[in-house]
Each structure stands twice: as C-alpha cells, then as structure tokens.
Ligand binder design. Structure first.
Ligand code: ZN
Ligand code: ZN
Length: 396
C-alpha cells in the first residue's frame, strides 16, 4: 500500500491515521465520518463528499513544448495537450470525453483517438483553436471526463483548465492561468507562472525551459451534474447528485438494529441479507428477516432471503444497488437478478426483497435535494418492526 498524500482532497491527516483501524467509522480526533475510496484496500484513500479519491484519481494536464502558433497571420493556435496519469497506486484512468470552449462560446466535443491512460503514462491530444485576434485576451477552457474502475464499480469526474491567451505586441503569445479559491485548493488563489510562446523566427517554443508546462486543473462539479457524468440523468432528480457522505436514516427497524449515518464500511458497500449483522459478528450491515407486525420472525420466508441479498453504495453521485440474492429483488416494476447490471435507485422507489412475496419485506427510499445535492436518504422498512423487537443475532 502506498502512503497517501496526507493533505490531498481536503482530508485531514488525522482522518488517515484513524482510518488505519479497519472498523473505525469516525475519526477519533476531528469527529468526521471516514468515507473510504471503493479501492481503499489497495489505495488506503479517503474521500470527501465529492467522492473523489486523490490517491487513485490524479490526472495532470500539460501543454507540450512545441505549441504551434500562427498568431502573426491572425490564424489559429494548435495546443498540443498531454494527459498524464499521476496515480501512485497504478490505477488506470479512462478519459471518456474532452470539450473545448472558447470565450463565451459553446463547448465543442473533441474526438479522442485513445481512452485508457495507465498510471505513469501519458497520451497526447492536439486541440486547435479558432482564429485569434492579433491582440487582446482570448479565453480557452479545456474540460475532460475521467473514469476510474475498481472491480465492478466506477466513479466518474470532470476536470477543467481555464487558460487566458494574450497576444503581446511583439507577436509572442502569453498563456495565463489562475485557479480561484472557490475550487480545489481553497484558501487562496493559485497562480501558475505564465507560459510564453515565442512566435518569432524558426523555432516556436514555449519558453519554459523547453519542458512541457503544467496546466492547473479544477473539479468541474456543476458541469458534471449538468452533463449527467455524476448524479441522476432523468426524472425529478435530474441534475441532482447524492453526496458520498449522505446520511442514511433507517426507519421501521428495531432499536440499534440499523444505526443511521453515512456509509463508512471498508469497501463503501452497505450489505444486507439473512446473514448476521456486523454487530453480531456477521458480514452484513443490516440483517433482513421477514417478520409479521408483532415482530415474530417468519422462518420459512426468511430462508428465501440470501445470506447476502443486496448491496447498496453511492457511485458517481447516485444511490445504487447490486443484487446478490438468488431470488432477486423488485425495484419499482423491474425485477433485478444477480446477473443484472447495477440498479440506480431514485426517490420514492420501493425495493421488494422477495419478488414472489412482494409485500413480505419492502424498503422504501426517500431522498430530498437541497441546492442540487442529496445529504440525507431515508429508507423505511415495511412492515415495521415493533419498537420492542430485539434482534437475537442468531445465525441463519
Ligand atoms: Zn480527522
Ligand atoms: Zn482510492
């Protein structure tokens, strides 16, 4: 395991120290919940509400040294971009989309001849601008979507770099860039040294010692939600993103049976099924058994629930479920089985744990968005367990 950069992604070093303990769910020092990267076992990374692990996801963007300008003739500029994957844990990145926007114009999608970016590897992409004015400022924004995978899971993010091009009187071109304090690295503006492109004479080179110049990157969270890269893409939650740190409030369960809070497990998965809960030495976060309204367990129907029946997790800003139970589950009016891809769960969805006995045990999901973000999800069990019901933790 590689030592993560302690200050990455706004995660405090104290949280990393406490996350070493496998079953720790809160940082003993600052009290924040420990939200682990889906690949935590490999990367040791923690994530914030934005879900991005800075150990796994570390793209860098460079302007290569041979940027070609034809500014003198009022022509175009070719920006030779270099995408680099600086992940210290060998995790590949998949660059799925690149957009370029000039000034206040519309973003245009650039065709990518490649997609995979192995750790420590780089790929080039030439981006041509429109005609530059002889003098004055020219804004260019480069935005890209990057995906990271771990087993059957995937997180996607967008990053953006804002450049301001200025043609100097002598004809050379200066590229200025500032990352403002509202973005990553909050606290103060990050100012990068200007990149100067000499357009005089035979050799047109970026005057940065003949090296590629690094471009500053910011997370483009609004853009991610608008494009459906993260969050819901349809229905009333369209454009809404579930925070990775969203609290799940469980209702209709017995006392202490389902403690509310964000998902703080080691793999970011919240497992449910007939098997015992972690509290009683099992693997599930919640044990699901069929009961009647008095709380008496229906042993026969409960046997139809698999030991691990359903996994919940928050992925790319959506509440998702993977069905692992043999008898499948119904979500809305669709039946999902173990062979299905994951199910995206939205507000009002009812999860029926036993499709053959649709009302034997259900979980209803409610979530409400505040300024485009879901911070709390309520999951209500029906029929509810009576308040007096006490789980015996018996193996089943
Ligand atoms: Zn802490
Ligand atoms: Zn990670």
């Amino acid at each position: 395991m590689v030592e993560p950069v302690a200050t990455s992604g706004g995660i405090s070093p104290c949280c990393y120290q406490h996350a070493v303990t496998a079953d720790a769910i809160f940082c003993g020092e600052c009290g924040k919940p420990l939200l682990r990267c889906m690949a935590h076992e490999e990367c040791g990374g923690l994530v914030g509400d934005d879900g991005c692990c800075n150990v796994c996801v570390r793209p860098q963007l460079y302007l290569d040294k041979d940027a070609v300008t034809e500014v003198k003739t009022g022509g175009v500029l070719v920006l030779p971009l270099v995408f680099y994957n600086a992940s210290g844990v060998g995790r590949p990145l998949f660059i799925t989309d690149v957009w370029v926007r000039e000034g206040e114009g519309a973003r245009r999608r650039i065709e990518l001849p490649w997609k995979r970016l192995d750790a420590g590897g780089s790929n080039r992409l030439n981006v041509q601008t429109g005609a530059l004015e002889r003098q004055g400022r020219h804004g260019i924004e480069i935005t890209f979507a990057a995906a990271t995978n771990y087993f059957m899971r995937e997180e996607r993010f967008c990053f953006t770099s804002s450049l301001s091009l200025e043609v100097e009187q002598g004809g050379s071109l200066v590229i200025n860039q500032t990352i403002n304090s509202s973005g990553i690295g909050a606290g103060s503006d990050t100012v990068y040294a200007p990149i100067r492109l000499e357009t005089q004479g035979e050799t047109r080179k970026a005057a940065v010692g003949g090296k590629a110049a690094e471009l500053g990157l910011q997370r483009a969270d609004n853009f991610e939600a608008a494009q459906g890269i993260r969050g819901y893409t349809e229905g009333p939650l369209k454009g809404v993103v579930v925070s990775r740190g969203a609290r799940i409030v469980w209702k209709g369960f017995g006392p202490d049976e389902a403690p509310s809070g964000p998902i703080t497990t080691r793999d970011g998965i919240f497992a449910m099924g007939r098997g015992r809960s972690v509290r009683f030495g099992g693997d599930n976060q919640i044990q699901l058994l069929v009961t009647d309204t008095s709380g008496a367990i229906d042993e026969a129907l409960s046997q139809a629930i698999s030991r691990r029946h359903l996994e919940l997790f928050i992925q790319s800003g959506r509440l998702c479920a993977r069905v692992t139970g043999q008898s499948g589950v119904m979500i809305g009016d669709h039946k999902y089985g173990a062979d299905d891809a994951l199910a995206v769960i939205g507000n009002g969805d009812v999860i029926r744990l036993l499709p053959k006995y649709p009302d034997a045990l259900t979980l209803q999901v409610r979530m409400r968005a505040n300024y485009g973000s879901v911070e709390e999800i309520t999951i209500t069990r029906a029929p509810p367990m009576p308040a007096s019901a006490v789980s015996d933790g018996a193996p089943r």
